[in-house]
Write a protein that binds this ligand. Structure first.
Ligand code: TYD
Length: 206
């Protein structure tokens, strides 16, 4: 039985997912909630393998889809346990990243859904939205600071496709919220908190 709250932060590369997930986790901690902050690709064996594949342009996209799904099966076990223990679980990326990125690589959405059968639905999904022209600049700055090589998805034309999928999915589901991520970190954080606070108040009242 699930007792906690499952929140997922999504968006294209450089949209601020990691930063905003951390800020939200701090916000919940300060309110006295027990928080489990996590991310995908996970820290497990499949997640590590995925990170090496993210450097390789010649991998068949179906393999990417399968590996992300496999990583998620493992990750979901951990998430479920934490939710049963009553934690607020915040994940930087989850199932929607597979829908957006792997469908932009040409993989049909119905197959992505099938292989992700064991993913669990988040209570709230926040999509951080910004044009790739803005986010790619942040990514390049970050990569040059950490001397990290470019990953295969960090390209403007590809991220345009990914963004379009995220936005179209967000328009279909009432528990998906799009947040304009071109603004400064604190303004974006405040808007996320407003959305989450409204949800938390609602579930604790009902
Ligand atoms: P990201 O969170 O951007 O990691 P990093 O901190 O290394 O930048 O995730 C890595 C990439 O993996 C990112 O481009 C999105 C992609 N991705 C998918 O294509 N499918 C998925 O299901 C997930 C979780 C991530």
């Amino acid at each position: 039985m699930k007792k906690g709250i499952f929140i997922v932060i999504e968006g294209i590369d450089g949209s601020g997912i990691t930063t905003q997930s951390k800020l939200l986790a701090d916000w919940f901690s300060k309110k006295g909630f027990r928080v489990f902050l996590t991310s995908e690709p996970s820290e497990g064996g499949i997640g590590k393998l995925l990170r090496t594949y993210l450097k390789n342009n010649s991998i068949n996209p179906a393999i990417d889809a399968l590996l992300f799904a496999a990583d998620r099966v493992e990750h979901t076990e951990t998430i479920k346990k934490k939710l049963e223990e009553g934690y607020v679980v915040i994940s930087s990326r989850y199932f929607e990243s597979s829908i957006a990125y792997q469908s932009s690589q040409g993989i049909p959405i119905d197959w992505i859904e099938k292989i992700n059968k064991y993913a669990i639905p988040p209570d709230i999904t926040i999509i951080l939205d910004a044009p790739p022209e803005v986010t790619i600049e942040r990514v390049e700055k970050r990569n040059s600071i950490s001397h990290k090589d470019k990953e295969k998805f960090e390209r403007i034309d590809f991220l345009h496709k990914v963004r379009t999928v995220f936005l179209s999915r967000a328009s279909k589901f009432s528990n998906y919220h799009t947040v304009n991520a071109t603004r400064d970190i604190n303004t974006v954080h405040k808007e996320i908190v407003r959305i989450i606070d409204e949800y938390v108040k609602k579930i604790f009242k009902g």
